[in-house]
Design a protein around this ligand. Sequence first.
Ligand code: ZN
Length: 204
Amino acid sequence: MIVLDPDENEILQEKSVMIQNGAKVENGILHVTNKRILYEKQGERKLRRAEASKIFLEVPMYEVVNVASAVPKMSLMTKKKLSIEYRDSGDMKIVEFEIKHPEALVDTIKNWATTSKRDHEEKMKAEDQERFRREVELAKAKASKSNVNMINLGNPSQKRDSSAVQTNNNLPRKADTLEVCPECGEVIPENSKFCPHCGYKIRD
Ligand SMILES: [Zn+2]
């Protein structure tokens, strides 16, 4: 038994032989869903206990590169095959399954692979953007934190420990005239039009 995602539909579950790199695995079950291709070998029943089933192969649909069926016309001895070409951490691999009607699956798998690839790329892109957004936010938080320090330092109504002021920052400055970029938090020269660190427009 395999566990399906809520939006995952299984269209095939068939006892099949799997062939890869000349090696044959028998008595397994091929599962085809809109999200993956999976070959599972069920655990054998031993005298005392049943072995757990093993997943021999799991190919996400977005890694599928090509699908073909081989249907021999003449020989009754040769089995029909479904062959799947897929990417596996940078390598191209091919796996074949002996099933009854491979030709019926080819177009469906191709369509799903295309859809799945698009969804996967969008998901990766969204994750990249999210990561970038978080980095920017972190940088901004850091900058505004240093702004707060500067504001406190520059505020004469607040009691300040002058030794702390000195050790806080080694930049040469006059505490009350210090200007800080509101964007990146860096100290900027007085009356700058633009922040020399990040290019933020300070004044017209
Ligand atoms: Zn700046």
